[in-house]
Write a protein that binds this ligand. Sequence first.
Ligand code: ATP
Length: 237
Amino acid sequence: MSEAVRVRELSKRFGSVRAVDAMSWSAHLGRVTAVLGPNGAGKTTTMEILEGLQRPDAGVAEVLGVDPWDASPEHRARVGVMLQDGGLPNGAKPIRLLRHLAALYADPLDVTELAHRLGIDAFAGTTVRRLSGGQRQRVALAAALVGDPDVLFLDEPTAGLDPHARLDVWSLVREWRDRGAAVVVTTHSFEEAERLADDVVVIAHGRVAAEGSLAEVVGGGRLEDVYFAVTTKEQTR
Ligand SMILES: Nc1ncnc2c1ncn2[C@@H]1O[C@H](COP(=O)(O)OP(=O)(O)OP(=O)(O)O)[C@@H](O)[C@H]1O
């Protein structure tokens, strides 16, 4: 398996809070890795370090062998990111925004086709400000995909989506995995992780509480039971 994301002894503090505390895990090309953990466990901080948006205090964070903090524009073009709040400009219209983003890449996807796949053409002329939460989510996902990335970071991509839209997102995630990309998805949904993930990383208190293939982690049981067993309150530092 080819390692696309490498986290080793990674640490990041905010004052007295150890948001990420000597964390180590990997994600691989051609696999979906689900990252789970309670609120405040350090998932978003870790993802932001891997996206080059935050600088760690110590340890190694590498994406495709590169430190994301010092990454070149060419490297960044190989990485797709969907942030939790979408991060979309409020005044933009979805298709225009996607065409604008597509123009930044050497070999982008066909925007018309992508928008159609995600049902964006139905609200293509509406500004982001007026879109529903689920509609924004779809545009944010399209923005992450338009550069045809090799590594895709999705922070809670289906939170707030209706069941049809969740299926659409899952099928796109699988498609990218099958094209050989490494897809890293944070989620609070056991169903999502069990349906989608090849590999699972459970984080608690800034550390890895369980890691492995889905089958290894659940060991014939349910992910939910493993999660509650490894993220109990007694594990508080
Ligand atoms: N910029 C910041 N300043 C201070 N504290 C922060 C900052 N960013 C994160 N933290 C703290 O670091 C810890 C980890 O936060 P993080 O957002 O990474 O958790 P999370 O696992 O993504 O949680 P959630 O599931 O709620 O999204 C929390 O205690 C949070 O309050």
